[in-house]
Ligand binder design. Structure first.
Ligand code: PEP
Length: 250
């Protein structure tokens, strides 16, 4: 049984004060939710303050990135154990914006994923095709490479606890959502491929969909057998809309 995970990726939004205020608003709205894991991923500077705010709640905390080295002369970077120390249990790795604007590759995704596990964090590894790649009919090929290279060399236990986020790049922040069938097709492909590589871990790995998820489309997406939750940008910024996503069953 895979517990659904609804993860809010706040990207580069909210000051410390705004982040804490958003959590104060969200906490009572999701206090009665027991069947869905709720995760918020603010910017680095807000992590510690948010971790204090969510103490004694079921809401979990994640970072949006990390660096794979443990410490040293890497100006501007944050290590896995520092992310853990700030109160995180999850970390997003290889978001398409990081691949596009910051040169992340499957190789750096792999290093970061292993380093995250080394610090006791659960990585949420993002994969997804661009519009051009979809139009060229190479979606599966692109995703296969991202999974095989980005997730190579994990232990069975790591492979089971990992979270994958399928985020078609053309659907992120554009208001264009993949249809439930389009998303399910790729999620099923990912699970089958994962079974080839990691055998029974394919049954426990959670595969989130990301790309313009909102309170109107969430329940149809979540009905799909291989969609185990959402990685949500825009609609996670307001407590009200994010709580509606978390409560997609109601
Ligand atoms: C994201 O940030 O991962 C994302 C899917 O954004 P949005 O929900 O705004 O499309």
């Amino acid at each position: 049984m895979r517990t659904p995970l609804m993860a809010g990726n706040w990207k580069m939004n909210k000051t410390v004060g705004e982040a804490v205020a958003a959590l104060k608003a969200l906490k009572p709205l999701v206090a009665d939710v027991k069947d869905v894991e709720v995760l918020i991923c603010p910017v680095f500077t807000s992590l510690y303050a948010v971790s204090r705010e969510i103490e004694n709640s079921e809401i979990k905390l994640g970072a949006q990135n990390l660096f794979w080295e443990a410490k040293g002369a890497f100006t501007g970077e944050v290590s896995p154990s520092m992310v853990k120390d700030a109160g995180c249990s999850y970390v997003i790795i290889g978001h398409s914006e990081r691949r596009q604007y910051f040169g992340e590759t499957d190789e750096t995704v792999n290093k970061k994923t292993k380093a995250a596990f080394g610090a006791g964090l659960i990585p949420i590894v993002c994969v997804g095709e661009t519009l051009k790649e979809r139009e060229e009919n190479i979606t599966f090929k692109v995703i296969e490479k991202q999974i095989r290279d980005g997730l190579s060399g994990l232990s069975g236990e790591q492979a089971s606890s990992l979270v994958i986020a399928y985020e078609p790049v053309w659907a992120i922040g554009t208001g264009k959502t993949a249809t439930p069938d389009q998303a399910q097709e790729v999620h099923a492909f990912i699970r089958k491929l994962y079974a080839e590589i990691y055998k029974e871990a394919a049954e426990s790995v959670r595969i989130l969909y990301g790309g313009s998820v909102n309170p109107k489309n969430v329940s149809d997406l979540m009905k799909q057998p291989d969609i185990d939750g959402g990685l949500v940008g825009g609609a996670s910024l307001e407590a009200d809309s994010f709580s509606q996503l978390v409560k997609y069953l109601k």
